[in-house]
Design a protein around this ligand. Structure first.
Ligand code: SAM
Length: 314
């Protein structure tokens, strides 16, 4: 069941810090300001089989995801671009303090947002979608399966995009039909299926890494055509108040005038200080967006889904 699968993901998540939970209080994310990490676009490799090589998959909420603990073991001792995976220790936060932003695990608010999409019957058909601070990219993958026209994925860390997001998108795309909908609900094998041809659905995706302001500049100044997003999805990205300015401006610059942001977050992130009330106050002061809390989850530490739209939007 989904619950069992969620537990499986939590087990994977034990490798990294848990923002806003009372256990693991010693594993707090860094409150340091991020350096303005340059943005880059990650090409989709021609040989998709290579992307999935040595990867072990799990499933959650009907989606495939790369089992991180196995990625970590496979990469142990080999330097990756950012050094995140170069050592095998029990907490990612110990690996590159201040430079790793949490994208290697699937955070619980992702599941809140996925549940909300079906409850509220959120439509992705023909929409352009951004999964901002995507980590595993499950939100974007759901939008892709919902027949979104384009889905862009962004994470701060390029290693997360290369090792997790892109492989997850590939794994879900090679098992889906033309429109992006899942063909079967058969249990997956642990090893991913071989990709004979790059599936059309994957050509609807683009992948970016870097700090939010830098990614925004890259998109807006690129020679490739860019249209603003109908929907921006973001989960567990408001933990650090120091990033609110960059996040706000990114949303303001990249969202279509009638677009919607769906943001999932814990009420409060202990140790870092961010959370829903502080972010709401920040948004109110900037006077660009209207916000509403569309769902509250009261299990343990309260979690919320917030919808945002431009004040002048219809
Ligand atoms: N959305 C994923 C989930 O729910 O599983 C990952 C959440 S993780 C806690 C926060 C994500 O936000 C990271 O993956 C990181 O890449 C992104 N992020 C946070 N601050 C950022 C910043 N200032 N610039 C770019 N990305 C940032």
């Amino acid at each position: 069941s989904t619950e069992i699968n969620k537990q499986a993901v939590d087990a994977v998540g034990d490798l990294s810090p848990r923002l806003g939970t009372n256990n693991h209080q010693d594993e707090k994310p860094s409150k340091k300001n991020l350096c303005f990490k340059v943005a880059k676009e990650h090409d989709i490799p021609e040989d998709l089989n290579k992307v999935l090589e040595n990867k072990v998959m799990g499933t959650v909420s009907g989606l495939y995801y790369i089992n991180m603990s196995v990625v970590e073991m496979a990469c142990s001792g080999n330097a990756d671009e950012e050094g995140i995976l170069s050592k095998s220790v029990s907490s990612h936060s110990d690996l590159i303090p201040g430079a790793y932003e949490g994208g290697l695990k699937i955070w619980e608010c992702t599941f809140d947002l996925i549940d909300y999409f079906s409850e509220a019957e959120i439509e992705f058909t023909n929409k352009t979608v951004l999964d901002l601070g995507c980590g595993a990219g499950l939100l974007g993958i759901v939008a892709l399966k919902g027949k979104a026209e384009k889905v862009h994925f962004q994470d701060y860390n390029s290693t997360v995009i290369d090792k997790i997001t892109l492989p997850n998108a590939v794994a879900n795309c090679i098992r889906t039909g033309k429109g992006g909908d899942t063909k079967t609900s058969q249990p997956p094998s642990k090893r991913p299926k071989k990709a004979e041809h790059p599936p059309d659905v994957l050509t609807r995706c683009r992948f970016f890494s870097g700090e939010w302001s830098e990614v925004t500049q890259l998109l807006l100044s690129s020679k490739k055509p860019f249209s603003k997003y109908d929907v921006i999805l973001t989960s567990e990205t408001i933990y650090n108040p120091d990033y609110y300015g960059a996040l706000h401006d990114t949303l303001a610059q990249l969202l279509d005038k009638n677009g919607r942001v769906y943001l999932a977050s814990k009420e409060h992130y202990f140790g870092v200080g961010g959370g829903i009330p502080l972010f709401e106050k920040f948004i109110e002061e900037r006077n660009v967006f209207k916000t509403s809390i569309v769902k509250t989850i009261d299990k343990g530490l309260q979690r919320c889904i917030m919808e945002m739209a431009f004040k002048e939007s219809c």
